[in-house]
Design a protein around this ligand. Structure first.
Ligand code: NAI
Length: 342
């Protein structure tokens, strides 16, 4: 193992990492199990081209911690994990099927330690293919017996989170959505239907509609709510000073490049809805549908509960960023003593 891998893994607060290198497909497979305190680990599998394999490993490690937090917040008996397929290019056709089969074998070899779901560049159809070789998969396509895409539930959870955070009335509230893919596009429609003024931005011009801003201008654009729904790390030491919004509330995972930036946002008077709370609708969907037997109405109730939970955390913030109250909630849940309930 190279020193970059060693440094990343030894500096991580999780439990274990499984690594497989597939020479035929020139693909690194990483499965990071951050915590099994609440149950065996669950998390999406991301397929992505990285400049270096250690960037893929870093993604798996960081994203697995967010999954531990999401399951704890949602009170679901699962631990946090994440899979990353660091590919030389995004495969399709037979090559993609072969990769997913080999990945399914890899997950199976862990004997149930990790169960996966879709994430960036993997779909419910990909889960169907993994499931041909492995039983530890959720969110297969509905036609194949799974619960399907998590995007609508994630968007709905973010919608409820934004609505609660602005005080319940979205009429005339200007929301800037960065990334109108699976989640962002649904969120945009729901916000518009509730009377919000929606502004969108996407690097893919074919996805843009209505009032739009150039991706390069997103950070300096004035709005009430900035909703990152593209990639993580969008708030860094530079962008945090240039934001012109009252609030950040969106679907992307790990929106802060450094967790300490939450305090800087607070100093600037920008309310930050912790990402792993507002975007946990996908977890509620996957676990609710496939582990807990929820129907539509029960899922909806829990998605709405994310807005209520955010309000509880804001109230418990004690003049600090709500991130601290959120972390305290996670710590209590992991310790087995839930006080704040959804
Ligand atoms: P997606 O891949 O369908 O959409 C992302 C969109 O962002 C694409 O349209 C892409 O062109 C655009 N984009 C990428 N970079 C951009 C940039 N710099 N500026 C503007 N647009 C940019 O992904 P999806 O499923 O909509 O997820 C969005 C985010 O939410 C991701 O970060 C994902 O990890 C996170 N998330 C998604 C969940 C889900 O259920 N799909 C659950 C929890 C988090």
């Amino acid at each position: 193992m190279g020193s970059a891998f060693q440094e990343l893994i030894e500096g991580w607060d999780g439990e274990q990492v499984a690594v497989r290198y597939d020479a035929d497909l020139a693909t690194w497979m990483f499965i990071a199990v951050h915590s099994t305190r609440l149950g065996s680990a669950g998390g999406g599998t991301r397929m992505r081209v990285y400049a270096r394999p250690e960037d893929g490993l870093a993604d798996a490690l960081n994203l697995s911690g967010a999954m531990t937090r999401k399951f704890a917040v949602c009170d679901v008996p699962r631990g946090g994990g994440k899979g990353v397929l660091a590919v030389p290019r995004l495969f399709d056709g037979e090559e993609r099927i072969e990769l997913l089969h080999r990945y399914g074998d890899f997950i199976s070899s862990l004997g149930g330690l990790f169960t996966t779901a879709p994430d960036m560049n993997t779909s419910e159809r990909d889960m169907d293919v993994i499931a041909e070789r492995c039983e530890y998969v959720v969110c297969r396509s509905a036609s194949n017996g799974g619960s399907g895409s998590t995007a609508p539930a994630t968007a709905r959870g973010v919608f409820y989170g934004i609505r609660a955070s602005v005080g319940g009335d979205l009429q005339g509230v200007r929301v800037l959505i960065q990334g109108v893919g699976a989640v962002g596009a649904i969120l945009a429609r729901e916000l518009e239907a509730a009377g919000a003024e929606v502004v969108v931005s996407d690097v893919d011009p074919s996805r843009v509609f209505g009032q739009a801003v150039d991706p390069a201008d997103v950070i300096g654009t004035e709005c009430d709510v900035f909703a990152p729904c593209a990639a993580g790390g969008v708030i860094d030491s530079d962008t945090v000073e240039r934001l012109r919004c009252r609030m950040i509330a969106g679907a992307a995972n790990n929106q802060l490049a450094d967790p300490a930036l939450a305090d800087r946002l607070h100093e600037r008077g920008i309310l930050y809805a912790p990402d792993y709370i507002i975007n946990s609708g996908g977890v509620l969907h996957g676990a609710g549908r496939e582990m807990l037997g929820w129907d539509d109405a029960t899922l909806e109730l829990h998605l709405r509960g994310l807005g209520d939970l955010l309000l509880e955390l804001y109230a418990a913030s004690d003049g600090r960023s709500p991130v601290h109250a959120a972390e305290a909630l996670v710590a209590r849940r992991l310790a087995g003593a839930g006080e704040l309930r959804q």
